[in-house]
Write a new protein. Structure first.
Length: 157
C-alpha cells in the first residue's frame, strides 16, 4: 500500500489561530445596517397607518386646526418675498431692484393681527441669493412678533 507523506517528519498537528477580526467587523456592520433599516420600517409603518386608519368612516364633523398650527413660511426669492400662511400666498415684489422690507414687515404685522397665537415661522431661500437677504427676512419676522424661526434647506419653487 502506498502512503503519501505530507513532507514533514514531525507527526504533530499544526496549531493555527483563526483570525476572527474580519468576522467581527462584518457582524458589526450588519447589526448597524439592520438597526437603521428597522427604524425606517417603523417610520413607513407609521405613515401608512395614519393614512389608512385615519380615514373617516362616518359623517363626523371635521374641526379646523387651531390658528397656531397653520403652517407659515417666508420664501426669499430673486423676485422678492413670498409669504405662505396656510393655503394663502402673499407676494411682496422687489421695488426698484431692492427687497421691499417695509412692505414685508407691514404684511407680517397684518398676519400677526390675524393669528396672534402664532409664534413660529419657516424661512427658505434660493441658493443664488446672498445670506444678507435671509437675515433681513429673519429680522422682519422677529420685529413682527414671530420669535421661533426655522430655516429650511430645501429649495423653493
Amino acid at each position: 500500500m502506498a502512503h503519501i507523506d505530507d513532507g514533514g517528519g514531525n507527526k504533530r498537528s499544526s496549531n493555527v489561530e483563526v483570525n476572527i477580526v474580519p468576522f467581527i467587523d462584518l457582524m458589526s456592520v450588519l447589526i448597524i445596517f439592520l438597526l437603521i433599516t428597522a427604524v425606517w420600517t417603523q417610520v413607513s409603518m407609521i405613515q401608512i397607518g395614519s393614512s389608512v386608519y385615519g380615514q373617516r368612516t362616518s359623517d363626523e364633523k371635521v374641526e379646523p386646526p387651531p390658528k397656531a398650527e397653520i403652517p407659515f413660511r417666508l420664501d426669499v426669492l430673486p423676485s422678492g418675498h413670498r409669504v405662505i400662511i396656510g393655503k394663502n400666498q402673499i407676494n411682496v415684489p422687489k421695488r426698484s431692484g431692492e427687497f421691499d422690507l417695509e412692505s414685508l414687515k407691514t404684511k407680517l404685522k397684518e398676519i400677526k393681527v390675524l393669528y396672534p397665537d402664532k409664534i413660529d415661522a419657516i424661512v427658505t431661500m434660493t441658493d443664488e441669493l446672498e445670506y444678507v437677504h435671509l437675515i433681513n427676512g429673519m429680522d422682519a419676522l422677529l420685529v413682527s412678533g414671530f420669535p421661533e424661526i426655522s430655516i429650511a434647506t430645501a429649495g423653493v419653487e
